[in-house]
Ligand binder design. Structure first.
Ligand code: BES
Ligand code: ZN
Length: 385
C-alpha cells in the first residue's frame, strides 16, 4: 500500500477515539498559562489556543465578545490592636476603610440573632452558613451596621459573593483567624475593604463545522478560572474534554450539528452562557440539548455525576450508563440554557479539595476520556447515529 494511504488511514483512525495523550498536552498548555481570569491576558491566550486547536481539527471558529462589571479585591484586612487579619472582600461589596467598634452577633446573622443588640454604626461579626452572604448583610444593614465580617465555618479562607451589589461593605475571614473575634466585642477595629469595580472584556469561543447552519446540540464548558487558581479541574478538564471530543467527532456525519462552545466569565456569574443565550435566541430555540462539562477531571466521588433534563437522564439510564443523578444544581453554564427551555445535561465528578485553590493543578485524562465516552453516547442517541 502507498505511504500516503497509510497516513490517511492512520489519521482517520486516530481521530476517532478520545486520545488521553492529546488531552494531556491541552491540559498542560492551559494550566501552564496560569489563572485564566476573564479579561486577563491569560484568558485571551487560552481563547486563542482553543480557537486555533478547533480550526486545526477542521472547525470554523468565532469569538463572541461581551463585557460586564465586576468587583475585584485589591487587598482587604481587619486590624485589632497589634494584630492584622487577612480578609477577603465579598464580590459585589462596596469598598472603603472604616474604624468602628466590633460587635459580635451570635449565630449566623439571621434576623433572630440580633435580639437586644445595638449594632448601629458598628462592624458586626457573624458566622458563615445557613443563609446567603447577601442576606446576612441585609440583616446587618437594616439595623444600621457599618460593615459585616463573616467568619468561615472551616479553618481556611473562602472567597464569597453577594451575587449582587451589597448594601454595606462585607468581607470573610478564615475560620482559624476569625474564631477569636467573637470574644473581642466592644473593641475598636480597622477594616479595609479593597473592593473596586472594573469592566471585564470577555470572549466565548464557538466552533462549528463549515457545513452546519445552526446548532442541534451545544457541548461546552467554561474555560475561565478564579484568581489565583490555575483551574486544572475547574475547568480546563471540561474545556479539554470538549476540545478532544470535537476532534473525534469531526469526521462523523451524524455529528455535523454538534457545536462546541467554550464559555468565559462563568466564575463571575455565568456571564458567557447568559450572553450566548441572549445573543442567539434562534439557535437556542432550535437546540435539542446543551451538555455542560464542569469539573470532569478528578474522581472526587464514586460515580460520574449527571444532572438535568429527566428525559435525557432516563435515556442514559436505559443505555446502562452508571451515574449519580445530581438533580438540579445551578452553579454552572447549563443554567441559562435550562432557563431558556433547553434540555440540559450537566456533567461533573464532584468537588475536589483543590476547588478554587492555587493547588488546582491536576486533572486526569483517563477520567476525562470516561466522561467523553458518556457524552458521545448521549450525542449518538440524540442525533440518531
Ligand atoms: N465549577 C463550579 C461549579 C461546580 C461546583 C461544578 C461543584 C461541579 C461541582 C463553578 O465554576 C463555580 O464555582 N460556580 C459558582 C457559582 C457561579 C455562579 C459563580 C459556585 O458553584 O459557587
Ligand atoms: Zn467551574
Amino acid at each position: 500500500m502507498k505511504r500516503g494511504l497509510w497516513l490517511i488511514l492512520l489519521l482517520g483512525f486516530s481521530a476517532l477515539s478520545f486520545a488521553p495523550e492529546r488531552a494531556k498536552a491541552d491540559l498542560d498548555y492551559l494550566v501552564g498559562i496560569g489563572p485564566r481570569v476573564a479579561g486577563s491576558p491569560a484568558a485571551a491566550q487560552a481563547a486563542e489556543y482553543l480557537a486555533q486547536q478547533a480550526r486545526a481539527a477542521g472547525y470554523v471558529t468565532e469569538f463572541q465578545s461581551f463585557s460586564y462589571t465586576r468587583s475585584r479585591d485589591t487587598g482587604s484586612s481587619l486590624s485589632l490592636g497589634e494584630s492584622r487579619l487577612e480578609a477577603f472582600a465579598l464580590s459585589g461589596s462596596p469598598g472603603g476603610s472604616f474604624e468602628a467598634v466590633l460587635q459580635a452577633v451570635p449565630g449566623i446573622g439571621a434576623a433572630g440573632d440580633y435580639d437586644n443588640l445595638d449594632v448601629q454604626g458598628k462592624i458586626v461579626v457573624v458566622r458563615r452558613g445557613g443563609i446567603p452572604f447577601l442576606e446576612k448583610a441585609r440583616q446587618a444593614a437594616a439595623r444600621g451596621a457599618l460593615a459585616i465580617v463573616v467568619v468561615n465555618n472551616e479553618p481556611g479562607g473562602v472567597r464569597g459573593t453577594y451575587g449582587a451589589t451589597g448594601p454595606i461593605p462585607g468581607v470573610t475571614v478564615a475560620g482559624r483567624d476569625g474564631e477569636g473575634l467573637f470574644a473581642r466585642s466592644g473593641e475598636r477595629v480597622r477594616l479595609v475593604v479593597g473592593s473596586v469595580l472594573e469592566q471585564a472584556q470577555a470572549r466565548n469561543v464557538i466552533a462549528r463545522r463549515a457545513d452546519s447552519q445552526a446548532p442541534g446540540v451545544v457541548v461546552g464548558g467554561h474555560y475561565d478560572s478564579v484568581p489565583g487558581a490555575p483551574g486544572a479541574n475547574d475547568n480546563a478538564s471540561g474545556t479539554v474534554t470538549a476540545l478532544e471530543l470535537a476532534r473525534t467527532l469531526r469526521s462523523e456525519s451524524w455529528a455535523r450539528d454538534v457545536w462546541f462552545v467554550w464559555f468565559d466569565g462563568e466564575e463571575d456569574g455565568l456571564w458567557g452562557s447568559r450572553n450566548f443565550v441572549q445573543a442567539y435566541p434562534e439557535w437556542v430555540r432550535g437546540l435539542r440539548a446543551m451538555i455542560n462539562l464542569d469539573m470532569v477531571g478528578v474522581r472526587a466521588s464514586s460515580a460520574l455525576g449527571i444532572g438535568g433534563n429527566p428525559a435525557l437522564l432516563e435515556l442514559l439510564e436505559r443505555s446502562g450508563v452508571q451515574f449519580n443523578d445530581i438533580g438540579n444544581s445551578g452553579g454552572s453554564d447549563h443554567t441559562p440554557f435550562a432557563q431558556a427551555g433547553v434540555p440540559v445535561l450537566f456533567f461533573h465528578w464532584g468537588i475536589d479539595p483543590n476547588y478554587h485553590q492555587p493547588t488546582d493543578t491536576v486533572a486526569d485524562p483517563q477520567v476525562m476520556a470516561e466522561t467523553a465516552g458518556v457524552v458521545r453516547l448521549v450525542l449518538e442517541r440524540i442525533l440518531g447515529r
